[in-house]
Design a binder for this molecule. Structure first.
Ligand code: 13P
Ligand code: SF4
Length: 343
């Protein structure tokens, strides 16, 4: 059973007395008490200065902690938005606050920029689940069947693929190929959730997100029992039974949009923990019950490490030439497909 933290954690604590950068603190005061802000603020101050000195921008995924997401980040979003926005960055340096595959994707999309990740060990259980050799073996077993690869993979795996997708556009990407069968890598749960929405036959792999696989239908039943009327939104990296028990399933951007547009009285986001904090900040009229499954990889990124990255210009993420061209093509094809209901 996943631990659920009730709404009390989001109670507005009122304006903090005598805090540094009061305009930034104002953004996060619903979720960060002044005593914690006092710890964060010196690093935030240094990061803002270093960003200007280095001509750097910070791209942050929706799972980043609120003190990163709401203060030092220049661009925030889901995996698809970060891939698209990385291509448009003009600055010399991109600091990717997320996990390694996201930094690789940014480098693929904007190869002349210096791309830094604050912690090289920020990986992903899905990316770890499959290698380029695995994809070559699958293609040999299913000759002629196109390979659709979730962006949560290494550049080496992307290079073996026809096209990438994210949870924000997986069905559109699969259907864009105009075939009746695809290999879909590496998330077996996302594969099942896509298969339920298309007539295209899906050949899956057995990767799983270690964060989303822990949610169960019983968690949702408990939520509904304890919070009558609660709206439950699930990420499609969850098991099919969890998605079926939810009111809506979509990418982190899809869930954010759902809350912003519908303003439910009470909501639970069945996904990584920090996401609820960030969406709660943007939607003060919505009550949140917070499912506390943390992604240990996303949580490796901290303010002191971002500061260190900009001070030392580490850790640079590069993509070997022999895979970069083919991997870029797969990501660019995905970006060209776009996402449902968005530009
Ligand atoms: P999205 O932000 O694309 O929904 O992805 C979720 C995720 O798990 C990224 O690691
Ligand atoms: Fe990977 Fe899951 Fe963490 Fe996303 S939440 S980075 S899919 S382990």
């Amino acid at each position: 059973m996943t631990a659920m933290t009730p709404i009390a954690v989001f109670r507005d604590r009122g304006p903090g007395a005598a805090v540094g950068h009061p305009e930034l603190y104002e953004r996060v005061r619903r979720v960060i008490p002044p005593v914690e802000w006092a710890v964060f603020e010196p690093d935030i101050d240094a990061i803002l200065r270093l960003k200007a000195e280095r001509n750097a921008v910070i791209l942050a995924h929706n799972y980043q902690t609120p003190e990163i997401y709401n203060t030092v980040a220049d661009i925030v979003g889901d995996s698809l938005a970060l891939a698209r926005e990385a291509a448009r960055v003009d600055a010399d340096v991109i600091v990717l606050c997320g996990v390694h595959f996201m930094a690789e994707t940014a480098k693929l999309m904007n190869p002349t920029k210096t791309v830094l990740i604050p912690d090289l060990k920020a990986g992903c259980s899905l990316a770890e689940s499959i290698t380029g050799a695995d994809v070559r073996a699958l293609k040999a077993r299913h000759p002629g069947v196109p390979v659709v690869t979730y962006v949560n993979t290494s550049a080496e795996v992307k290079a073996e693929s026809d096209i990438c997708c994210t949870s924000g556009n997986a069905v559109e990407v699969v259907e864009s190929l105009g075939v009746d069968r695809v290999i879909f890598l590496p998330d077996e749960f996302l594969a099942k959730n896509v298969a339920a929405q298309t007539k295209v036959d899906i050949i899956p792999w057995q990767g799983r997100c270690e964060v989303h696989e822990r949610f169960t239908p019983a968690d949702i039943a408990t939520l509904r029992h304890d919070h009558p009327g609660i709206v439950v939104l699930a990420h499609p990296e969850c098991d099919r039974a969890v998605v079926e028990a939810a009111d809506y399933a979509g990418s982190t951007a899809g869930m954010t949009r759902y809350v912003a547009e519908r303003q439910p009285a009470e909501v639970a986001l069945i996904t990584e923990c920090s996401m609820s904090d960030n969406v709660a900040i943007a939607n003060p009229g919505v009550g949140f019950v917070k499912p506390c499954n943390l992604c240990p990889h996303m949580k490796r990124i901290t303010l002191p490490k971002i500061r260190h990255a900009l001070e030392t210009m580490t850790f640079e993420v590069t993509v070997p030439e022999e895979v970069a061209g083919r991997a870029r093509l797969a990501v660019e094809r995905m970006v060209a497909v776009g996402r449902k209901g968005a530009a």
